[in-house]
Design a protein around this ligand. Structure first.
Ligand SMILES: Cc1cc2nc3c(=O)[nH]c(=O)nc-3n(C[C@H](O)[C@H](O)[C@H](O)COP(=O)(O)OP(=O)(O)OC[C@H]3O[C@@H](n4cnc5c(N)ncnc54)[C@H](O)[C@@H]3O)c2cc1C
Length: 335
């Protein structure tokens, strides 16, 4: 964030167009600009790495005692488990895939080694599980296309799950035959998996706006070796450069009015010794922290940005993992 002219409502626009060139304000600094990155998750670490490559002075401020943010691997159960991300969704042109490959992560495709259990707790026949899963993905694609082209006509209360129920009848019939009913119910329970992708129950996902969830192009890859090696790889440039300040939550960012001193002030009430002045700031803290106004921006963020922060929200995703170590490999299922 570099000092800019305030808007009429007293807020300041802080979103310069993304460019790899030095912003004009920084080129006037007359020395190598110092850029603060707030947040040591994937976004902050990548920003720091690029800035270091370009020769800037960089400092990464991280509130917690570790890097990685939402990427977090636990060994508490005696095996490495990702508490945060463990998928790479949409591999086409996805830099996370390159990162996973360059960091030597073990990857496998969504459908590989993905045992599915029936209502009786018994493992489903893999061919049947694959068939149902393939049908599920086809219906998801059709729902995206349908909502994209017909959304004005779709009632707002109609959910993706309602659509699945209709499709289930087309696919498996409406008869009372036991096998038909069983397949239909199994398939519908697979449909609920889409809830875990999005983080809200399928019954609450609006069909009208389903196209907004259009899956990214390419495969869905499971990072079997966990995201740990990826975050280690991303952390290395910042750690090697000695620019990481852990346990340092920034709680105030003060941008002076134009004409005043050409720098941004950072304050950390938990670590006042880290209070400093920098030439620009990149804020990568999560939406939840912005919603809770955990950083006091002076002047306030622009109205349109505050409205965006207010109107966006997250769903909740609960994860459980169990594994059967068999014949030297680990089978994983996320539910
Ligand atoms: C359970 C779960 C499962 C997920 N699964 C997937 C998946 O399979 N695939 C996928 O692609 N994505 C997944 N995601 C999303 C993915 O984790 C995030 O998109 C990504 O990690 C965000 O990185 P980030 O750097 O933008 O934010 P974060 O990782 O949240 O990093 C922000 C950092 O800012 C720090 N911070 C906050 N406030 C301050 C402050 N005031 N001062 C200093 N530091 C501060 C935080 O401590 C944190 O380290 C999942 C997320 C969760 C929670």
């Amino acid at each position: 964030m570099s000092p800019m002219a305030p808007n009429t409502d007293g807020t300041v626009d802080i979103l310069p167009p993304i460019s790899t060139e030095l912003p004009k304000e920084l080129s006037l600094v007359g020395k190598t600009p110092t850029i603060a990155v707030i947040g040591g998750g994937m976004s902050g670490l990548r920003a720091a790495e690029v800035l270091l490559q370009k020769g800037y002075r960089v400092v990464v401020y991280e509130a917690r005692d570790r890097l990685g943010g939402r990427i977090s691997t636990s060994n508490h159960l005696g095996e490495a488990v990702d508490l945060g991300p463990n998928w790479i969704h949409g591999t086409d042109n996805n830099p996370v895939l390159s990162l996973a490959e360059s960091s030597g992560s073990k990857l496998h495709h969504f459908s590989e080694q993905c045992p599915t259990y029936g209502f009786d707790g018994k493992l489903l026949d893999q061919a049947e599980a694959d068939e149902l899963s393939e049908l599920m993905w086809k219906v998801i694609e059709r729902a995206v296309e349908y909502s994209k082209h017909c959304h004005p006509a779709i009632p707002v209360e109609k959910s993706f799950y309602d659509y699945c129920v209709e499709k289930a009848e087309e696919l498996f019939g409406t008869g009372a035959a036991e096998d038909e009913k069983r397949k239909k119910e199994l398939w519908l329970s697979l449909a609920e998996m889409w809830g875990t992708f999005i983080g809200s129950p399928v019954e609450r996902q609006s069909l009208k706006y389903f196209f907004l969830e259009e899956p990214l192009e390419g495969a869905n890859i499971f990072v079997a070796s966990t995201y740990e090696t990826m975050i280690d790889t991303m952390s290395k440039p910042s750690l090697d450069a000695g620019i990481v300040r852990l346990n340092t939550p920034i709680d105030e960012i003060i941008t002076p009015a134009p004409g005043d001193r050409n720098c941004v002030m950072l304050r950390s009430s938990q670590k006042p010794e880290e209070n400093c002045e920098v030439d620009a700031v990149i804020v990568t803290i999560p939406l939840g922290c912005l919603k809770r106004e955990m950083i006091n921006f002076q002047p306030k963020l622009p109205k349109r940005m505050l409205e965006g922060i207010d109107s966006l929200s997250y769903g909740t995703l609960e994860k459980a993992r169990f594994s059967h170590l068999k014949a030297g490999y680990s089978k994983l299922k996320i539910c």
